[in-house]
Design a protein around this ligand. Structure first.
Ligand code: SAH
Length: 249
């Protein structure tokens, strides 16, 4: 079981697989006012940077589930490196339908809401693992400005304009589901540049090391096209943020 190999190639050098910088990730942990010992569940945990640094900096414990064998291995190595292996566990597997055995104080899905079939389904899934009064974290793109055409949306690697909302609508959508938005941390362009541009050097180095690979042609085409595509579309139109939600009542 694994994710499409292209992602394991282009994001092999990423510690954070989304437009957050290490500073933004630390800010998110700080603004949540996490108590030491808080249990955190992370669906689509990638290379484990959130759980590992929060375990080190805020004393949380946690479990991450990710379908990439490479990222899961990297997460375990990172835990070892930060000396938090006794606080965090990383499971290589499909997070669809995953419910924690013990309820958690924070249930998160950052940049992987297809795991629950979209934002709504992912919130429902995370809620099954959450203790009363716990916090759900959703990391999701939104339109900085609405694309004028479907072509522009597809240039942002969205399927269509309808895939994402503008920020006020995204925030309102959480309210309609019965949740208070109690915090949010938004990525900035520097973070987007780190996420996207870091892929380019990784692709270039990979191509030099793997010229005969069956994916070499695809990676070459992507490296050729990506910098202009990103600057034209994603960088102009797409935002990304993490929203902290608590059930109303
Ligand atoms: N939350 C992490 C990773 C975001 S990238 C971070 O912010 O760094 C999306 C992640 O979802 C990738 O690591 C990918 O391997 C993982 N993924 C994709 N489909 C999945 C599934 N069905 N179950 C678990 N993880 C999945």
């Amino acid at each position: 079981m694994d994710i499409p190999r292209i992602f394991n190639i282009t994001e092999s050098a990423h510690r954070i697989h989304n437009p957050f910088t290490p500073e933004k990730l630390a800010t998110l942990g700080a603004v949540l006012r996490l108590e030491p010992g808080t249990r955190v569940l992370d669906l689509g945990s990638g290379s484990g940077e959130m759980l590992c640094t929060w375990a080190r900096d805020y004393g949380v414990t946690g479990t991450g589930i990710d379908m990439s064998q490479l990222f899961s291995d990297q997460a375990k190595r990172r835990a070892h490196e930060l000396r938090v292996s006794d606080q965090v566990a990383f499971i290589h597997g499909d997070a669809a339908g995953y419910v924690a055995a013990e309820k958690v104080g924070v249930a998160a899905c950052l940049g992987a809401t297809w795991i629950g079939g979209g934002v709504v389904g992912t919130i429902e899934l995370l809620a099954k693992s959450l203790r009363t009064g716990g916090i759900i974290l959703i990391g999701e793109p939104y339109w900085l400005q609405l694309p004028p055409t479907e072509e522009v949306a597809q240039g942002c690697h969205a399927g269509s304009i309808a895939d994402f909302l503008v920020l006020p609508e995204l925030i309102a959508s959480f309210g309609k589901l019965g949740y208070d938005v109690v915090e949010m941390v938004l990525a900035d362009r520097e973070g987007w540049d780190r996420y996207e541009a870091a892929k380019w050097l990784t692709m270039r180095r990979w191509l030099e090391a793997n010229p005969e690979d069956e994916l070499a042609k695809d990676v070459r085409a992507e490296l050729t096209a990506e910098p202009v595509r990103y600057a034209t579309y994603t960088r102009q139109y797409l935002g990304w943020g993490v929203f902290a939600l608590m059930a109303r009542e």
